[in-house]
Design a protein around this ligand. Structure first.
Ligand code: NAI
Ligand code: OAA
Length: 328
């Protein structure tokens, strides 16, 4: 293996997503079969023993791409030298809760972690926030991270994107790999806007499917936006393996480049498409040379405009709420 090992910190390492994510990273699914990775696991003190159990299993898997595994209960140590950070550790919601109910419960975690990243992470650090409410937690972390550019803090809407691909493939009777140009706009919450306006299947527009407004508006959009709650209802716990898989997709594309016309990622808004600057919102994005870029110039119809505006307004409200709590 020619390249130096990449240091990857995963918070919430003993949790459900952590358990699915760590083995995918260690097996080479993130950065390929030629890149060795060193894992740095962060947990709260009470869960360190469980993280040690996971580390034993990682060791027993004898992955050719795994260098070392270290476990920490101190964010400063865990993020020291990190090239990539998956911020997963936080409380998941239970049945009947909205993700916004987690704002105060989890918001307090991300300021100190942002600070620790700022103090010790490597210059090329890339951060994906998975813990909910992911967009605003990413904003909190970014606002405490000192010199790290805000563009390095992203939140995960790739699971919503993948859910949208799966729903459209089922409707159209095609394979997910044949679909392109689907977008998740806004917040990783029920206000998100899964947008099929520009979608293609095998390169062709999906005119007939878009004409079925009842399916698009009353079935597709709410199914994707409320899928998290449906999983909680069915599993008795929030999505874990699909969330880990989406986290791999997001960071792999960020590091190695997108391979489709675009994907969805929540990045710092620069005001594109009328989303207020300074919130972390999902956009159609490409990644090249380790940088996300928002796809520009898409036509936005009135229906899409209203949906994008509603989710952007929720992000602005969340930003105001955490500002009032002194978290940013
Ligand atoms: N953005 C997305 O698409 C998705 C986000 N999520 C969110 O991911 C988060 C994690 O979910 P699960 O793994 O299922 O939860 P979990 O409860 O199984 O695991 C969370 C882990 O985080 C640890 N933790 C708590 N505070 C911590 C801290 N300050 N530092 C380090 N570790 C800490 C806990 O000890 C626990 O082991 C939740 O907030 C959930 O809502 C879940 C699915 C999708
Ligand atoms: O819904 C939840 O609380 C977990 C989550 O974010 C998802 O599955 O999209």
């Amino acid at each position: 293996m020619a390249n130096a090992p990449v240091n990857i910190t995963v918070t919430g390492a003993a949790g459900n997503i952590g358990y699915a994510l760590l083995f995918r990273i260690a097996s080479g699914a993130l950065l390929g079969p030629e890149q060795r990775v060193n894992l740095r696991l962060l947990e709260i003190p009470q869960a360190v023993k469980a993280a040690e159990g996971t580390a034993m299993e990682l060791f027993d898997s004898a992955f050719s791409t795994l260098g070392s595994v270290d476990i920490f209960d101190d964010p400063k140590q865990a993020f020291e030298g990190a090239n990539i950070a998956f911020l997963v550790g936080s409380m998941p919601r239970k049945a009947g809760m909205e993700r916004s109910d987690l704002l105060s419960a989890n918001g307090g975690i991300f300021g100190p972690q942002g600070e620790a990243l700022g103090a010790g992470a490597a210059d090329d650090i890339k951060v994906l926030v998975v813990g909910n409410p992911a967009n605003t937690n990413a904003l909190i972390a970014a606002s405490h991270a000192g010199d790290i550019p805000a563009s390095r803090f992203t939140a995960m809407t790739r699971l919503d994107h993948n859910r949208a691909l799966a729903q459209l493939a089922a409707k159209a009777g095609c394979h997910v790999s044949e679909i392109d140009k689907v977008t998740i706009w806004g917040n990783h919450s029920t206000t998100q806007y899964p947008d099929l306006t520009h979608a293609t299947i095998k390169g062709e527009p999906i005119t007939d499917i878009l004409a079925d407004r009842a399916w698009v508006e009353d079935d597709f959009i709410p199914t994707v936006a409320k899928r998290g709650a449906a999983i909680i209802e069915a599993r008795g716990a929030s999505s874990a393996a699909s969330a880990a898989s989406a986290a791999i997709d997001h960071v792999r594309d960020w590091c190695l480049g997108t391979t489709s016309a675009w994907t969805s990622a929540a990045v710092m808004s620069d005001g594109s498409y009328g989303v207020p600057e300074g919130v972390i919102s999902s956009f159609p994005c490409t990644a090249e040379n380790g940088e996300w870029k928002i796809v520009q110039g898409l036509e936005i119809d009135d229906f899409s405009r209203a949906k994008i505006d509603a989710s952007a307004a929720e992000l602005a409200e969340e930003k105001n709420a955490v500002a009032a709590m002194g978290l940013i």
